[in-house]
Design a protein around this ligand. Structure first.
Ligand code: PLP
Length: 375
């Protein structure tokens, strides 16, 4: 028994990435310092059908700047799905506003438009919709509700580069969309993020906020206000550009991995859904097991672990975390978000690294099926 460990996530790096990064570290200094940054931003704006793109050190920074740039602050409420990575929500606290966690949809696992509508108050200042695990929320309804109440929508597309909904690509919904290029994501720069928008005012504001309150092009180091320092390096941008040029290939591989799983698990567990007239780029193949068997996320994870297989738990409802114990709206969320609290404890992210082989998927699926049959 000397089985190789199966990782849960990881990138696909080729000679193109090595070449671009080598070029950046060799020559992107002095007058050329921002060459790859500009190319990466322009290509990313084009890919998402947006006018403006700003490269950043993380998606967390992008959400922070989006909220700051939209003027969200103390006393304001920001509505977001209860089930997502905490990075979607933490920046709400950074700006002194209150997160309001609403329920997810049972099929898409993304924010439920009905729950969103029911949570609106006179203090609501923005909505964050998350494209969870490559799935897409019901954007038509969400954007309609937001428009009726003149609310900006931030699309957290960190997990959905390459997905689309009703013929529109992830990153093109709402006032602004944000991405992550963390090492676990489909397109990676090691650490990194991007904010895209068509709103020129927001774009200009973000440029000032991300560079210590300096106007773009300022050569006098003259700070108009206290801002943040959120910038990407040219080496990261070079890596990102190479990955972006290979996006179709990266997404095709993710979709192939999902197909291998679907062929083995369909009907036994609930898997990621394909959006209407759209495409799922399946960042993480995610399985939710039936209520009846009594299996829970911890059982599934330890069963896989015993066979040398890494996995991750479905995100916990944020309202259940110690981090949000003191938030009044979290107490209400714990009562009301029935789907979140039903799905999350039965869900697991299966290995979805871009290096995965069909034999790996075979191994994972047979362990999982054995556990399902044993109950
Ligand atoms: C990964 C992720 C983020 C945060 O990205 P960082 O680049 O690590 O800051 C935000 N939202 C979601 C949904 C994510 O999966």
């Amino acid at each position: 028994m000397n089985k190789k460990r199966i990782p849960v996530a990881g990138p696909w790096i080729t000679q193109r990435e090595v070449r671009y990064v080598t070029d950046a570290v060799t020559s992107n200094w002095y007058g050329n310092a921002s060459d790859y940054i500009q190319r990466f931003e322009m290509s990313f704006a084009t890919m998402t059908n947006r006018t403006f793109a700003v490269s950043l050190p993380s998606c967390t920074a992008a959400i922070h700047l989006a909220l700051s740039g939209l003027g969200v602050g103390p006393g304001d409420e920001v509505i977001l799905p209860d089930v997502t990575w905490i990075a979607s929500a933490a920046p709400v606290s950074y700006v002194g506003a209150t997160p309001v966690f609403v329920d997810i949809d049972a099929q898409t696992w993304c924010i439920s438009p009905c729950s969103l509508e029911a949570a609106l108050t006179k203090n609501t200042k923005a909505v964050i919709a998350v494209d969870l695990y490559g799935n897409m929320p019901h954007f038509q309804e969400i954007l309609e509700i937001a428009a009726e109440h003149s609310l900006p929508v931030i699309e957290d597309a960190a997990e959905a580069v390459g997905s689309s909904f009703m013929g529109q690509v992830a990153g093109s919904f709402g006032t602004t969309s944000v991405f992550s290029f963390h090492g676990s994501k489909t397109l990676t720069t090691g650490e990194g993020g991007m904010l895209v928008t068509d709103d020129e005012q927001l774009f200009e504001r973000v440029l000032v906020l991300r560079d210590h309150g300096r106007a773009p092009g300022d050569k006098m180091f003259f700070n108009a206000e206290v801002g943040f320092k959120y910038k990407m390096s040219s080496m990261q941008a070079a890596l990102g550009l190479a990955q972006l040029e290979r996006l179709d290939e990266l997404v095709a591989r993710k979709r192939e991995i999902f197909t291998w799983y679907r062929e083995r698990l369909d009907g036994r567990v609930q898997l990621n859904t394909e959006p209407p007239r759209g495409l799922n780029s399946y960042w993480m193949v995610t399985a939710v097991v039936p209520e009846s068997g009594g299996l829970r996320t911890e059982n599934l994870m330890s069963g896989l672990e015993a066979e040398g297989i890494d996995s991750r738990p479905f995100f916990h409802p944020l309202s259940s975390l110690p981090a949000y114990r003191e938030i009044v709206s979290a107490a209400r969320a714990r009562q009301q978000n029935v789907i979140s609290y039903s799905v999350s404890p039965r869900g697991i992210n299966l290995p979805s690294a871009l290096s995965l082989t069909e034999d790996d998927v075979d191994r994972v699926a047979s362990v999982l099926l054995k556990m399902l049959e044993a109950v």
